[in-house]
Design a protein around this ligand. Structure first.
Ligand code: SF4
Ligand code: SF4
Ligand code: FES
Length: 429
């Protein structure tokens, strides 16, 4: 049960809570637009930005995604914060000037017109639809395509997806009304399946054992569907598949994401519909401190397990990372080419490195060597212990502050010390 201070008031919260949860507990309002209590934090809108002071350093962080850690001090209303939030709101309103939900949120900030050239989009790229489909339904029928100004939500190859359950949860969570159940999807299901194979969406979501849809997926004309919605008072997906809310856990000074797998060389892996996303974990992030430059392979390359494929450079030192998984590299995070520091600023979300498509047996073999859940937490604890007591060849170079990592490690170690350190912690996959 960590204790933290928010705007001068102390709060003790359940372990696994976020700063946003802690503020809520104290009755402190923090605006949000991409947060949903049943979905994992994503940190897209940045309206919930707060100042967090930890071990003498103050940083702006998204309250919805920052774990409520022991001893941190949070400010929710400094002029710097309010200015930053207002700027984000201007960006959102300029992107979607005609979306009622965005206009309403902007009005709460006293903003009535967009400051920048209006884009007339309807999607704020909050990722709620993608997250509900992936995290709650496990369908992964939709995802983000493209980047920068072309970024958008769509099914793979922009075609109606066989993976879609037609559950409508994406429509339900979308704050802007951009994502709608298309008759195209219903037609797709109708054409594909014979009458007796048309499973009702409640059966497809696992809420009832078996039920054939007699209405050709016209849910709004179905009395069972309407009665269910009335009774549940939320989207059935949240009842049918309640996800255990898995929030980040802090082990020593390292943040561990319970839904991820971790490789021995401190890369995280997340399986998404057969593909595997890869990034650096918080341990690697704190050791490398800040990435100034990054070398990565190109999409389309074939990776072999154990091959050194990424180089993260910081202050003249290089952290070379091998891939723990072989397969086809189907996407790389090109945002890192324009801003390499994203890898360390946001390692579990926007700083991801690669999307790999492994063969099933390759994945099974790799998964056996990865750590997750409690095992990952224990492993982080032992890695922290090993790091704090790492003494070769630099004497007690690591344990600067009663077992805390000294900041800007690459700049403090000689080339020989750095090589020894990275060899000890990042060589094995
Ligand atoms: S309808 Fe359900 S399964 Fe289909 S894209 Fe939306 S959330 Fe995913
Ligand atoms: S379609 Fe809606 S839920 Fe999905 S990213 Fe856009 S605004 Fe968010
Ligand atoms: S609610 Fe926290 S970033 Fe959107």
């Amino acid at each position: 049960m960590p204790s933290l201070t928010i705007d001068g008031t102390q709060a003790t919260v359940e372990s696994g809570s976020t700063v946003l949860d802690a503020a809520k507990k104290l009755g402190i309002e923090i605006p949000t637009l991409c947060h949903h209590e049943h979905l994992l934090p994503y940190g897209a809108c940045r309206l919930c930005t707060v100042e967090i002071t930890q071990r003498g350093a103050t940083r702006l962080q998204a309250a919805c995604a920052y774990p409520a850690e022991e001893g941190i001090s949070v400010r929710t209303n400094s002029s710097r914060i309010l200015k930053g939030r207002k700027l984000m709101m201007h960006f959102l309103l300029s992107r979607c000037p005609d979306v009622p939900a965005v206009r309403k949120k902007a009005a709460e900030f006293g903003i009535t017109r967009p400051r920048f050239a209006p884009k007339n989009e309807k999607c704020i790229l909050c990722g709620m639809c993608v997250r509900v489909c992936n995290e709650v339904l496990g369908a992964s029928a939709i995802g983000f395509a493209d980047r920068g100004i072309f970024r958008r939500v769509e099914p793979a190859f922009a075609q109606p997806s066989e993976a879609c359950l037609g559950c409508g949860a994406c429509t339900f969570v979308c704050p802007t009304g951009h994502i709608q159940m298309e008759s195209q999807t219903r037609d797709f299901w109708r054409d594909k399946l014979g009458a007796e194979q048309r499973q009702c969406r409640y059966a497809r979501m696992g809420l009832v054992a078996h039920k054939v849809c007699p209405r050709s997926f016209q849910c709004q004309k179905c009395e069972v569907d309407q009665a269910m919605e009335e009774t549940l008072k939320t989207h059935p997906a949240f009842v049918a598949r309640p996800v255990e809310r898995k929030l980040p856990v802090t082990i020593e000074e390292f943040t561990v994401m319970p839904q991820l797998y971790f490789a021995k060389n401190h890369l995280w892996l997340k399986r998404l519909d057969g593909k595997v996303k890869v990034g650096i974990d918080d341990f690697a992030r704190k050791v490398i401190s800040r990435v100034d430059d990054i070398v990565m392979p190109s999409a389309g390359d074939t990776l072999s397990r154990g091959e050194a494929v990424w180089e993260l450079r910081s202050g003249g030192r290089t952290l070379s990372l091998r891939t723990p998984l072989g397969g086809r590299l189907i996407d790389v995070n090109t945002d890192l080419l324009t801003d390499p520091s994203l890898a360390t600023k946001d390692p579990y979300y926007r700083g991801w490195l690669a999307l790999v498509w492994p063969r099933e047996e390759e994945w099974r073999e790799t998964a056996g060597r990865l750590q997750s859940g409690r095992a990952a937490e224990d492993w982080f604890a032992s890695e922290a212990e090993r790091l704090y007591h790492w003494s070769e060849p630099a004497g007690k170079a690591m344990a600067a502050d009663g077992g805390r990592l000294i900041p800007d490690l690459p700049g403090k170690l000689s080339e020989t010390q750095w090589k020894a350190l990275t060899g000890a912690f990042f060589a094995d996959v």
